[in-house]
Design a binder for this molecule. Structure first.
Ligand code: NDP
Length: 283
């Protein structure tokens, strides 16, 4: 049986419609959420992401302020800008599009963002709050994945959850969120001895590796929910995930497509965090 397609585009549209109503309400109380988006350099993929984020802001009736900085911008100048935005009342959330040019220390930059405006939830304060189970903001990609899992109808509690990839942005926080919903979580990485065997145990399989079609249907347990985080552009320009969709969708009970799965959900969650930041700051 073909797997149910977990349509992130549709679900994100629904979430953004709800957020638009919330923004309209907030505006009536003179609370105007706004997102500052900083991009350094000319990376084409980063430009696409920034444009999508600005478009989503417009869709929910929220202001966005773009700061497009030159590739050679110094770390100091970038951090100065962040300090300025930390104090700017019109700015509820600050997003620094990653990756940054090599001469800039990403960790220092993330650290400079006021945790109450850190809508990506990358600041150590927000990472710590997630670890201890009391987060203000959930990291956008894992939070979007949790919504997609909910959509699949599976109850995470007691299930075998396998996350492939252990990045700070996706893999590690994903594992924490699944754990917080009582999943039994295994995290795989480049040194994992037998990934296929581990993946085959998964009732819920989340793959964030950054390698085109890395996980095949033969590594998927029949009936599993498969979440494909990867975004890989092939030489023929085709966009594929980290999971081989054709083979995996014949085995899984539900699966996310690429594009149109996790990607749009990440942006919807960024919007949700920014609206929440505005609400918290108004208190
Ligand atoms: P990173 O490169 O930061 O991390 C990749 C992870 O995969 C690492 O933990 C690495 O292990 C692991 N890995 C690499 N090779 C193997 C292997 N052969 N076997 C097992 N594990 C391996 O990537 P990200 O987490 O930032 O992103 C992953 C993918 O998700 C990318 O395609 C990215 O474009 C996409 N992405 C999509 C988003 C969306 O909104 N849809 C958002 C963010 C990312 P180790 O730690 O041992 O090196």
């Amino acid at each position: 049986m073909e797997a149910k397609v977990l349509n992130g585009k549709e679900l994100s549209t629904k979430i953004k419609e709800e957020l638009k109503l919330e923004v309209d309400e907030l505006k009536k109380s003179n609370i105007n959420p706004g997102l500052a988006v900083i991009i350094v350099g000319n990376d084409p993929a980063s430009r696409v992401y920034v444009n999508s984020k600005k478009k989503a802001c417009a869709e929910i009736g929220m202001e966005s302020f773009e700061y497009a900085l030159d590739e050679n911008t110094s770390e100091e100048a970038l951090i100065d800008l962040i300090h300025k935005l930390n104090k700017d009342e019109k700015v509820s959330g600050i997003l620094v599009q990653l990756p940054l040019p090599k001469h800039i220390d990403e960790e220092k930059v993330i650290f400079a963002i006021d945790p109450s405006k850190d809508v990506d939830a990358f600041h150590p304060v927000n990472v710590g709050k997630l670890m201890t189970g009391n987060p203000d903001f959930l990291p956008c990609t894992p939070a979007g994945i949790m919504e997609l899992i909910k959509e699949s109808g599976i109850d995470i509690s007691g299930k075998e959850c396998v996350v492939v990839g252990r990045s700070n942005i996706v893999g590690k926080p994903m594992a924490m969120l699944l754990l917080s919903k009582n999943g039994t979580v295994t995290v795989c990485h480049s040194r994992t001895a037998d990934i296929e065997e581990v993946c085959k145990r998964a009732d819920i399989l989340v793959v964030a590796v950054g390698k085109p079609e890395f996980i095949k249907g033969s590594s998927v347990k029949p009936g599993a929910v498969v979440i494909d985080v990867g975004i890989n552009r092939l030489e023929n320009k085709k966009l594929v995930g980290d999971v081989e969709y054709e083979s995996a969708s014949c085995v899984a009970s539900a699966i996310t497509p690429v594009p149109g799965g996790v990607g749009p959900m990440t942006i919807a969650m960024l919007m949700k965090n920014t609206v929440k930041a505005a609400r918290l700051q108004a208190k």
